[in-house]
Ligand binder design. Structure first.
Ligand code: SF4
Length: 289
């Protein structure tokens, strides 16, 4: 019998230690709501992170979790998924962790189509180390390490993921938890690698890309008639921000989704001569005992 779960069923007894108003609260709430709406039992979820403010998230989830090392969360999560393909493996981290030191792992997980849900808290700054330029800092923005304004072209994670062959590419906004919950739910039920980039303000060290800054710019792809099965349209939408106009409108929602490709774990099990992966998850060890 399927048990109906509530978001608080995924909460632990201690509150997060993020700054009041940090976008990571919105991501945590949306993830809990999405899991509850899908009624995923706690013991069937593993949340893996790297290093950074948002990477503390596994500590605030009543699920299995690994607080890993800087930039290597996707590699660790790939191992978890291959060891037990039935688990829901969620990777969480920031733009510094995931699009800087860890970017290579994201590209390879995307091309392999590993069945991970990768949620990136993109606040366009290194928050934990108190405000240095990150890979997604926009040109001209002043930070501790760019006192005269950043001169680097920012990374476009959605375009990169699409080019690498990701089968699910989306963007959410932590200031719109209801919408973000819907996006994460779709990512969690996707068969294959799912990237959810989340615009997530760092209220302490990024005074440019604030909630109001994003509210004035975001628009929803589903309301703009976007067809997420069209790869080339998805790529065009992905270029809208920050590549074509870093200060223009920002699409959020599902850019691209396809389940046409086999997943890495399916291929892996086949290679080992195992039976096809049963979507039914393992019983709760507590229930077995
Ligand atoms: Fe959030 Fe920024 Fe505070 Fe880190 S420093 S907890 S990213 S607001």
């Amino acid at each position: 019998m399927k048990i109906q779960l509530k978001p608080q069923d995924y909460a632990v007894n201690r509150p997060p230690i993020w700054c009041p108003g940090c976008g990571d609260y919105g991501i945590l709430e949306a993830l809990r709501r999405a899991l509850a709406e899908l009624s995923v039992p706690n013991h069937e979820v593993v949340v893996v992170s790297g290093i950074g403010c948002s990477s503390q998230l596994p500590h605030f989830m009543k699920t299995y979790g690994i607080h890993g090392i800087h930039g290597r969360a996707v590699a660790i999560a790939t191992g978890v998924k291959l060891a037990n393909p039935r688990l829901k493996v969620v990777v969480v981290g920031g733009d510094g962790d995931g699009y800087g030191i860890g970017l290579n792992h994201m590209i390879h997980a995307a091309r392999r189509n590993v069945g991970l849900t990768y949620i990136v808290s993109n606040n366009q700054v290194y928050g934990l180390t108190t405000g240095q330029m990150s890979p997604t800092t926009l040109r001209g923005v002043k930070t501790k390490t760019t006192p005269f304004g950043a001169i680097d072209e920012p990374v476009n994670p959605l375009a990169l993921a699409l080019a690498a062959g990701a089968t699910f590419v989306a963007r959410g906004f932590s200031g719109d938890i209801a919408h973000l919950t819907t996006v994460i739910k779709k990512a969690l039920t996707h068969r294959g690698f799912a990237l959810v980039d989340v615009l997530s303000p760092c209220v302490t060290f990024n005074r440019i890309n604030t909630y109001d800054w994003f509210r004035a710019r975001v628009y929803k792809l589903e309301e703009a008639g976007h067809d997420p099965s069209n790869y080339y349209e998805a790529y065009k939408r992905a270029l809208e921000w920050p590549t074509l106009d870093p200060y223009g409108k920002i699409p959020i929602g599902i850019f691209y989704a396809t389940e046409d490709k086999p997943t890495y774990e399916e291929e892996w099990v086949k290679l080992l001569g195992g039976a096809p992966i049963d979507q039914k998850l393992q019983p709760n060890p507590a229930e077995v005992l």
